[in-house]
Design a binder for this molecule. Sequence first.
Ligand SMILES: Cc1cc2nc3c(=O)[nH]c(=O)nc-3n(C[C@H](O)[C@H](O)[C@H](O)COP(=O)(O)O)c2cc1C
Length: 514
Amino acid sequence: MVKNRDSTAAWKYHEGTKHSYRSVRSSTHFLDWANRPLPFKIYPAIEKIALPRDVPQTGVAALAAISADVRAASGDSVPKLQDLARILFFSAGITRQRKYPGGEIYFRAAACTGALYEIELYVVTGEVEGLNAGVYHFNPADMSLGLLRKGDFRGNLAQAAAMEPAVAHAPATIVCTGTYWRNAWKYAARTYRHFGWDGGTLLANMLAVTAALRLPAQVVLGFVDTEVNRFLDLDTRREVSLCLVPIGRTAEGPLPAPREAAVMGLETIPLSKREMEFPAMLEMHDASSLASEEEVAQWREKRPVLPPSAPAGEEVRLQPLPEEEQPADTIEEVILRRGSTRTFDPAASITLAQLSTILDRATRGLPADFLADGVQLNEIYLIAHAVQGLAPGAYFFHRERKTLELLNYGEFRAEAGRLGLEQQLPADACVDVFFLADLKRILEGYGNRGYRASQLEAGAIGGKMYLAAYAQRLGASGLTFFDDEVIQFFSPHAEGKSAIFLLAIGKALKRKAQ
Ligand SMILES: Cc1cc2nc3c(=O)[nH]c(=O)nc-3n(C[C@H](O)[C@H](O)[C@H](O)COP(=O)(O)O)c2cc1C
């Protein structure tokens, strides 16, 4: 019996972690500040390599970087240590810090639920300029790489990925993991969804920076979980691998044969005095794990069939800004400027050109092993409140047709506030972007792992939207939502689909000078 194929586990997890008006009110979960987890993984006793901090900007415009796909670049492209440093910093580095009564929050390059930063990054590399072959852990607290294993272990990773060509030819691969407790301290069993959301926003940055460096990169979700976890020395009740991102390409071959990777049990500083375990997440992870190379190879072939829906109502054509009028702010500037908007100006509006530019640039495709060219798992629905050139109302985005289909005219600020967990942000935004997925079809093809893929894809496209909004000096914030009410709101069009992700876009309220 192949566990991943029986998608009852994903349905059980999804249903069991839905937010509803009642579930939010009846939750007994509370924030135990004295037991707040450390925001960093710290190995006290390993060798560290300092990463260069002052590296020149690429000069590539953010809007170009988020929409580029450099998979097809030919010839060798091998990252240097300096490139890896940029990629790691602009994906997961500390970009701002703020004091609060209980301590300090170190904000990172990509948005993350609760600023809890549960995604860790590891680098598996051959010899590259400035760095010896090895397996490293990235510590954003001091911008260093901690050496976990000496030597070239790329063969192990390639084998675990069933010789996926991008991994097999990569001079270096970044592995993203998720640490349950660091996020579950606040969000309990919903953290498994957040692994996808927060891993996704981080990937949006990572792919944009690799594209700006003209290094091919892609997201690989097909790998033997136990192999990668063991190889990274993870305690899998606490931390698990989520995806691989091979960086660069080299024709040099063959890869070194897989090496013996002994269990190390490296010491790490405990995150909290006490940690709670949430069995629903361990079950979800186990049921979506791939057990062998054969299973990985077969899984990749099981692409779900997702026919595009035909428009039935009035359509408005996207009108993205012409290339020469698009802001040229570099990807580095935009990542450093980004920070979730905490209060939107309810009197502000954005233009259809700005919204079109966001939709067009953010949805051009994600280089990933689970997506055939041009395919997207999530579908995009919108509630427009204040978009010049677009009547207020509910819309469906036809990505291939580059149109917005009107589902329902109306002023829906109050409804949007309610859908976004009764927060003010979605009510005051100019537009709310909802990601919905046809999980039935997706799980039919990809099994439980299709659930991981859907959450991760939404996070990555949402992350690109963040960047596209900030590139145009707009604001944005990820949000959480009442699952079933979102589907009801967009039905009958959305019937049978599941709510996956929400992003509000607008303009920040400028505080008046005192
Ligand atoms: C998927 C996602 C969901 C979020 N949900 C909420 C939310 O419901 N309410 C809120 O105020 N902020 C929300 N945020 C914003 C985070 O709190 C914010 O990203 C985090 O504090 C880090 O700050 P920064 O984005 O300014 O770097 C969300 C962010 C993400 C990525």
